[in-house]
Design a protein around this ligand. Structure first.
Ligand code: BGC
Length: 394
């Protein structure tokens, strides 16, 4: 099925998250799942079952946090932040990384369930391959929150918290439209090379759809040329240009291959649509290797995550923008949801329509991503203490 704008369009928009455990729904502009009048506990939102309040003292409550890999900067930040918040609240935590292998993550989840975890927070690897372990969670009365990436094909996903993934792609696409003229060739032509994320990551299709809805009309009109021919014929074919496991090395090899095969005659690439920073890093290395020079013929390269190496690249004009998702806000929101689940309170969500996992629409809390460019690094990333000035060599 094609991903359409309407399909992905979101209802309410999250106000920025404030202090985690004190935030209330009025402040956030969110909605909550209605309380069950008989028990006072959170009642199912859109078919979601809750396990009710936990009487145990906080130190007896175990929360399992399953992250995909340590090899990408953001998941280390995500895991550490959420774990610290939960420990502050007095809970026990089990934080596990799975080397990008879903089997390994499923084993970790099984162990967490066996250890009596009350809530599992899962940033999955292949969001279609968790069915049996989620059934075990359900049988054990363990609640499940999908973190950043939706888990598909299972009814045992209670909540989802993420940034608006389609919007991430739209921001990248809109940036390209707004700045394309600064990067065109002398004859006015513009060469574009599009990339997409890991085919098994549910987010990747949203990123691509958001960007391609903006950019593809210019490919169709002929304003943009794709010399490699790697423009998907339809949005559904985005996986053909997907980079498995979001690997920088693979993106670098792919970019080198495109440059060697299609630009050997002196043609220049003007714009590279990269869905995230790990791909942008590999693309940057290929461009360096091919002799591109910042401020002269370096193309517009997009990204996402505000990873440290990429922010440094932005400061050196090797990446034009990144879409920043302040992972602290996501952690704050998920910690608040966990407390609500444990205490049997209403769980705050602000989207009960968009995220259909094939079996149910998962009640979701959505956060807003934002663009960061070189000029805004100080104001957005340093002043908010996402990075220190010295991290960035400023
Ligand atoms: C996340 C991105 C991240 C990518 C690779 C996606 O699911 O939403 O922030 O860049 O995975 O880890």
């Amino acid at each position: 099925m094609a991903i359409t704008r309407r399909h992905l369009l979101l209802g309410t928009v999250a106000a920025s998250a404030v202090g985690v455990l004190t935030a209330c729904s009025e402040e956030r502009g969110g909605t909550t799942a209605p309380a069950d009048p008989t028990t006072g506990a959170a009642s199912p939102a859109e078919g979601t079952e809750t396990t009710g309040a936990t009487e145990a003292p906080a130190e007896d409550v175990l929360i399992g946090i399953a992250m995909p890999t340590k090899s990408l900067e953001r998941w280390n930040r995500d895991g550490a932040h959420l774990e610290a918040l939960l420990k502050e609240r007095g809970y026990r935590t089990s934080l596990q990384y799975a080397d990008n292998k879903q089997d390994q993550q499923n084993n970790q989840l099984q162990n967490m369930i066996n250890d009596g975890a009350k809530v599992l927070v899962i940033a999955s690897i292949d969001g279609t391959a968790l069915g049996p372990v989620l059934q075990q969670a359900k049988d054990a009365g363990t609640s499940v929150i999908a973190y950043d990436r939706l888990i598909n094909g299972s009814e045992h996903v209670d909540y989802y918290a993420t940034f608006d993934n389609y919007k991430v792609g739209e921001l990248q696409g809109q940036y390209i439209l707004d700045h394309k003229d600064d990067f065109k060739n002398e004859d006015g032509s513009i060469n574009l090379e599009p990339f997409a994320g890991s085919p098994d990551d549910n987010n990747a299709k949203f990123f691509f759809a958001g960007a391609w809805d903006k950019v593809s009309p210019l490919v169709e009109s002929g304003e943009f040329t794709v010399p490699s021919g790697k423009a998907p014929a339809s949005e559904d074919e985005w996986t053909n240009i997907g980079i498995p496991a979001w690997k920088s090395d693979t993106a670098q090899a792919e970019m080198e291959n495109r440059l060697n095969s299609f630009y050997a005659d002196g043609k220049k690439v003007n714009i590279v649509l990269s869905p995230n920073d790990s791909l942008a890093l590999g693309i940057q290395q290929a461009l360096d290797g091919a002799g591109y020079t910042p401020g002269e013929d370096w193309p517009l390269v997009t990204g996402q995550d505000a990873d440290l190496a990429n922010v440094k690249n932005m400061l050196q004009d090797k990446q034009a923008m990144t879409v920043w998702k302040d992972t602290r806000k996501l952690g704050d929101q998920v910690a608040a949801m966990i407390v609500q689940v444990i205490d049997g309170d209403e769980v705050e969500v602000n989207d009960t329509e968009t995220y259909d996992n094939g079996v149910k629409v998962v009640p979701t809390y959505l956060l807003e991503p934002e663009v960061v460019t070189k000029d805004a690094v100080e104001e957005k990333l340093v002043e908010s203490e996402f990075y220190s000035a010295s991290d960035l060599g400023l």
